[in-house]
Design a protein around this ligand. Sequence first.
Ligand SMILES: Cc1ncc(COP(=O)(O)O)c(C=O)c1O
Length: 382
Amino acid sequence: MPDQKFATLAVHAGQEPDPLTGAVNVPVYLSSTFELTGIGTDKGWDYSRAGNPTRDRLETALAALEGGFSGHAFTSGMAAISALVAPLRAGDHLICTHNVYGGTARLFNLYIQHYGIELQYLDMRDLAKLEASIKPNTRLIHVETPTNPLMVLADIKAICEIAHARGVEVSVDNTFLSPALQNPIALGADIVMHSTTKFLNGHSDGIGGALIGSRPEHKDRFLLVQKAAGGIMSPFECYLVLRGIRTLPLRMKAHEENGRAVAEFLSTHPKVKRVNYPGLPDHPQHELAKTQQRGFGSMLSFDIGKQEAAGKFLAAIKLFLNAESLGGVESLASHSATTTHAALSDAERAEVGITEGIIRLSMGIEDKDDLIADLEQALAAV
Ligand SMILES: Cc1ncc(COP(=O)(O)O)c(C=O)c1O
């Protein structure tokens, strides 16, 4: 069969009928342990921390959607990032996008660097600085693109070329776009990371994360972390993500349409100071977005001035919910400085540009006219 297209993979990869019963949905194997066939022999599984048939299906699906060699499902996006950096050793140098998701910075700042790992945040737009920052002990460059919430892009291909010339691996947090809109491995990345909590699950009813490796050595590495550290996704959550993946291409089309419409509306509104959405022609990285992404997605942020104005706006929204997270079918609005980036100090937030009036929107799949009407009435109340 020729290579299948993304929408076909979303429905079928890892989701073949159950060989035992013919069930068209992947069964949820709620079993911690498996009967062995002898000493040192089994039917493919022995203990669910090391491997579970439902998780295997999801991991196969994730690898197929990202064009990787192996998928690895974890109990949250943060557990996936913990597993990503678990193999680093004291003395290693880790470079990370400077306005990365606040939870990632919290993990790196409060734990990882105390393990003797040298941590450096960089604005990934400055490729010369990135190249100059790579040292003999640099092991990993962790890139988030687009960033949360400022929607700053990193040129994945260019970063990978610089990193690979020096033998350094690149991991990309692809949460904001999902594999429907961006495939970092095709652009040269070694490892892709997802918070499956977001678009992959898509229904705001679970927490999960994933790593997708591009080479056999990544499979060995992350299987070992799963088994040794144990932050694995539960079979039921795997089922929910598999179910979400089947409609991912359709949902992303609807998310994207709403993202574009809302960005255009906000960009002309007098009370909005700045809209950060790579789909707008005046976004400084609009051209890069067009080349490395297959769409602009449904995440954006805008600046409404003072925190008081942000508070009034959030109190006035009716259809959008004032809630953290993103990527679900329902539209959400959140105040970045006090939610996703509360873990940063005032100085750290100022340094990356997360001002007190920044509101992040995650457009769901409702009708765009209703979303715009809600934003219009909420802005009138500011
Ligand atoms: C870009 C990004 N990466 C990682 C995470 C962490 O994922 P989780 O909340 O599933 O642990 C988040 C959560 O918001 C995120 O937005």
